[in-house]
Write a protein that binds this ligand. Structure first.
Ligand code: SF4
Length: 182
């Protein structure tokens, strides 16, 4: 049986969801028997999101132009997209900046009003991705096939989500163990 092509991507998040993925510890070895990790910020150095990905775990909200481009590409090239963690599911912590309005007041507050020595706005087109006016959960931008909440989802929840998929089954996201936020 051919291996499942697994990707994970890191949008606007703290990487805590990926750290929780690494907390799978020895189960990662079992997972490795069933999947090829074809794109990920952990343990994989590929720069371009590949074609024909079977499953992608998406950490983080969509907060800047780079996030937007990557999630659109990932959606086109992935069969089953999982919103992985509360930032992906609700925008969560990165979404708190939405309270300040659009991108401009957020940048002014952060880099000018709160700047120390030489306050300046980070405007480096092509180097620093432009902020979107609003931080959005992943499903507001592209279709999502499964929601896995948690900040972060703990390793047991990640395992209980992935394990059925390895057998071609849909995970059951029910009950406190699987869908509690936070
Ligand atoms: Fe970090 Fe929590 Fe967001 Fe995951 S859901 S990226 S752990 S803040």
């Amino acid at each position: 049986m051919s291996k499942i092509k697994l990707a994970t991507i890191w949008l606007a998040g703290c990487s805590g969801c990926h750290m929780s993925f690494l907390d799978l510890d020895e189960w990662l070895l079992e997972l490795a028997e069933h999947v090829d990790v074809v794109y990920s910020p952990v343990g994989c150095d590929l720069k371009d999101y590949p074609d024909d990905v079977d499953v992608c775990l998406v950490e983080g909200a969509v907060a800047n132009e780079e996030n937007l481009e990557l999630i659109r590409i990932a959606r086109k090239r992935t069969k089953f997209l999982v919103s992985f963690g509360d930032c992906a599911v609700t925008a969560n912590v990165p979404g708190m900046r939405n309270m300040l309005g659009k991108a401009e007041p957020v940048l002014k507050r952060s880099y000018l009003e709160l700047g120390d020595d030489s306050p300046q706005l980070p405007h480096f087109p092509g180097i620093v991705p432009e902020l979107l006016d609003r931080v959005r959960p992943v499903h507001e931008v592209v279709d999502v096939d499964l929601f896995m909440p948690g900040c972060p989802p703990d390793a047991d929840r990640i395992k209980s989500t992935l394990e059925p998929m390895l057998k071609g089954e849909q995970p059951v996201m029910e009950g406190r163990d699987m869908i509690k936020f936070g």
